[in-house]
Design a protein around this ligand. Structure first.
Ligand SMILES: [Zn+2]
Length: 207
């Protein structure tokens, strides 16, 4: 699967995630459609010269979306740190669509972690892009650990801002993110189940 293939309906829904800021979804949408101003795209639009297409971190590779977000020796390694933090591993594809699907549907994780894993993927590509631009425009660079820390931090901020029931502190999130995800989803399911029981009790009373 390439970045140019059409998005499935499910992938479209995943990109427009209700827990991430509004500006992130259009960015991810453009990434999955290969519409970001990466160097290869700027060369093809003749904004840059054909020989000005190299990765900004000195990889000597063409800066495509696949390179920048997945296989770059600097930015691509962020995923290893994120997966290490989560305590999981998988053999990743080097295609953006496929990586998004793989990461958000990691085998062995319960189905209900899908929403959280999608949020983490969106936080990761968002921070990689911000860091890339920070290097291009400000000549400032964070190391891999620092980029990973910003991903941990922004994902926590998004969850705290969007979910009233997300009661974990940042230390919990740093130490056991998967546990936070699992507990949260069970809590949401429990609340939904309780609400259904309450509604059915009220309707029985009114009969
Ligand atoms: Zn690179």
């Amino acid at each position: 699967m390439t970045v140019d293939e059409p998005l499935s309906r499910g992938m479209f829904d995943d990109v427009w995630h209700k827990y991430v800021p509004l500006k992130v979804s259009p960015f991810a949408w453009r990434l999955l459609r290969n519409r970001l101003p990466t160097k290869d795209n700027l060369v093809s639009r003749r904004v840059l010269q054909h020989d000005d297409d190299k990765c900004i971190r000195g990889c000597n590779a063409e800066e495509t979306a696949c390179h920048l977000f997945l296989s770059c020796a600097i930015f691509g390694h962020v995923w290893l740190f994120v997966l290490q933090w989560l305590g999981i591993s998988f053999v990743a594809t080097d295609r953006v669509h496929g990586h998004f699907h793989q990461f958000s549907h990691i085998a062995g994780l319960p189905w209900f972690t899908h929403s959280f894993m999608t949020l983490l993927w969106l936080a990761s590509v968002w921070k990689i892009w911000k860091e890339r631009n920070n290097w291009v425009f400000n000549q400032k660079a964070l190391d891999l650990h620092q980029i990973t820390d910003t991903i941990k931090h922004v994902s926590y901020q998004w969850l705290k801002a969007s979910m009233n029931t997300f009661a974990f502190n940042y230390t919990d999130w740093l130490r056991q993110p998967l546990s936070c995800m699992s507990v949260m989803l069970w809590l949401v399911l429990f609340l939904l189940f309780s609400r259904c029981l309450l509604c059915s009790g009220i309707s029985n009373l009114t009969l």
